[in-house]
Design a protein around this ligand. Structure first.
Ligand SMILES: Cc1cc2nc3c(=O)[nH]c(=O)nc-3n(C[C@H](O)[C@H](O)[C@H](O)COP(=O)(O)OP(=O)(O)OC[C@H]3O[C@@H](n4cnc5c(N)ncnc54)[C@H](O)[C@@H]3O)c2cc1C
Length: 509
């Protein structure tokens, strides 16, 4: 049987419990997927006294979490923030997230996450996750140092009107990408739990659901053989997003088709679809994180324009928000325009080798080379410069820190070429690198909800398989942070959800 909507070659419908002759394995809490969310579920569930089994399709743990930048959005006055001179409150953190992750961010989740952010920092640190107490104070995707804190656009308009700005991008200490260190520490912590076991090379295919509609296990395949797993207390799906499933993208998030994928290449959405087949609701399936493939330092020091030569955003917001505007509303027909001084001002190690695609002595020449309508860019730059002379930006209110008239010689970067090699040529794609944000509707304890708005008994989800804090926006750190935080809550809830009649039956291994 083939699932037509999602390109799976097997049926994704739940298997009725009465059709299962015997279970091959039993546990209290069955976790599907061993990325950051799965690790957090396992740690808290086993800490609450539950026997835990983690199924992982790959040969070992990690998922996209291990490849990630290790940026974790945390605030409310963490020790790292305090050491870097920031005072912060949960209320300001929540206000910023509601603005930057909107429109229509999940305010309830944001409030719970922000209010417990300090405690969650302590939990991560308690697992041995290292954070250095120093600030990287310059716009970037990933700082080239091991600094533990960075800005995520908090000082930019209009968010600086809604919340007192404080840097909240916490970074797992590492030179460059810190996701591996994060996962190493979490996996190490899981390995110390005698009541938690990991079944690798084991891919969950379908849920098992009893007569009352309660999720009570999964059918999983390991090296060609199917096994029935029984979960006495709960099944927790932490299988990641669906950016690698072309059919699901085309169906739910067509804007993301054709962009480079930011994942471990295993984000096939099966966990989401398995739960949907059992009646689960989904939310925000069209949304995505969009890494615009250019250098944030160029954008803030220059301007970003669309195919009409017009600016459309203040360039000092978190660069992912520029990406979302660029992909969803400008069709990636966007350019970074800067001058030599702006280019030179970006330190070499922050340029990632990205060179301008066009250079010219005048804006008129540049505009022509870029193929823009006559006078479009000239008008934009003239207006920008006129106000920048007074350190003002009445159009988009970019911070005075980045305002300066642009002067000859000028340069432009065609973002659609992506991070092209310095010697020329295209990186392929459309200049955007994306992953999905939509997923299963969960409450703040990770319970998966159905279309009537109530929880499906025994079924939980966390991480990118679930719909997180996001409405239309994305800030780095709001995957690893809420993924581990709501994973912990799902683990606790699942561990505590024992029901009568949960005795083991027919165990074979
Ligand atoms: C290069 C890169 C940089 C990033 N940087 C950041 C960052 O700095 N900050 C941030 O917050 N986010 C970042 N992200 C996003 C973030 O890493 C992910 O959104 C997050 O790690 C998802 O965590 P997860 O636990 O939900 O899924 P994953 O970490 O992907 O784990 C899911 C696991 O489930 C397994 N699995 C899937 N289906 C099944 C199945 N049917 N049966 C059994 N196992 C299954 C997978 O093999 C995988 O191991 C980045 C991502 C990438 C790729």
């Amino acid at each position: 049987m083939v699932s037509h909507t999602s390109q799976f070659t097997h049926s994704v419908k739940p298997v009725p419990a009465e059709a299962v002759q015997a279970y091959d394995h039993e546990t209290d809490v069955l976790v599907v997927g061993f990325g950051c969310a799965g690790a957090a579920v396992a740690l808290e569930a086993s800490g609450a006294g539950a026997a835990v089994t983690i199924l992982e399709r790959a040969s070992g743990p990690g998922g996209s979490s291990a490849l990630s930048g290790g940026e974790i959005y945390l605030g409310g006055g963490t020790p790292v923030q305090a050491a870097c001179g920031f005072t912060d409150t949960a209320r300001d953190m929540a206000a910023y997230l509601i603005g930057a992750l909107g429109p229509d961010a999940d305010e309830e989740k944001i409030h719970v996450y922000s209010e417990h952010s300090l405690e969650h920092f302590g939990w991560l640190a308690g697992q041995g996750v290292p954070f250095k107490e120093s600030l990287w104070d310059s716009p970037t995707w990933v700082p080239p140092t091991d600094d533990g804190l960075m800005w995520m656009g908090e000082a930019a308009w209009p968010y600086n009107q809604q919340a007192a700005p404080a840097a909240r991008g916490h970074r797992v200490q590492s030179e460059g990408f810190g996701g591996k260190v994060l996962m190493d520490r979490l996996v190490e912590a899981v390995s110390t739990r005698t009541d938690a076991e990991v079944h690798a090379d084991t891919r969950a295919l379908r849920l098992i659901v009893d007569e009352q509609g309660r999720a009570c296990g999964v059918i999983a395949r390991r090296f060609g053989t199917d096994y029935a797993y029984r979960a006495r207390r709960g099944v927790v799906l932490t299988t990641g997003g669906f950016v690698d499933n072309e059919a699901m993208l085309a169906e739910h998030a067509p804007e993301l088709v054709g962009s480079a994928k930011v994942s471990d290449s295993g984000d096939d959405g099966l966990g989401i679809v398995m739960a949907q087949a059992a009646g689960a609701a989904v939310r925000r399936m069209s949304t995505g994180q969009v890494g615009i493939q250019t250098i944030p330092g160029y954008m803030t020091r220059g301007i970003v324009v669309n195919g009409h030569g017009q600016r459309f955003i203040n360039e000092d917001v978190y660069p992912g928000l520029v990406g979302i505007e660029a992909l969803y509303r400008q069709g990636m027909n966007v350019w970074v325009v800067l001058d030599e001084e702006a280019f030179e001002d970006v330190p070499e190690e922050e340029r990632w080798g990205l060179q301008p695609t066009h250079v010219a002595e005048t804006v008129a020449e540049l505009e022509k080379e870029m193929g823009l309508p006559e006078n479009a860019l000239q008008h934009t730059v003239a207006e920008y410069n006129r106000h920048a002379e007074n350190a003002e930006d009445p159009w988009f209110r970019k911070s005075a820190r980045w305002l300066r008239p642009l002067r000859a010689p000028f340069a432009a970067i065609d973002v659609r070429l992506g991070m092209a090699p310095p010697e020329g040529g295209s990186a392929g794609g459309n200049g955007a690198a994306v992953f999905t944000l939509g997923g299963l509707v969960t409450d703040t304890d990770g319970r998966v909800h159905d279309l009537d708005g109530g929880p499906i008994a025994g079924l939980y989800a966390a991480g990118r398989a679930s719909s997180g804090l996001h409405g239309g926006g994305y800030i780095s750190g709001t995957s690893l942070g809420p993924g581990t935080f709501f994973g912990r809550r799902a683990g606790l809830a699942a561990a505590g959800s024992a029901t009568a009649g949960a005795e083991a039956t027919g165990v074979q291994e």
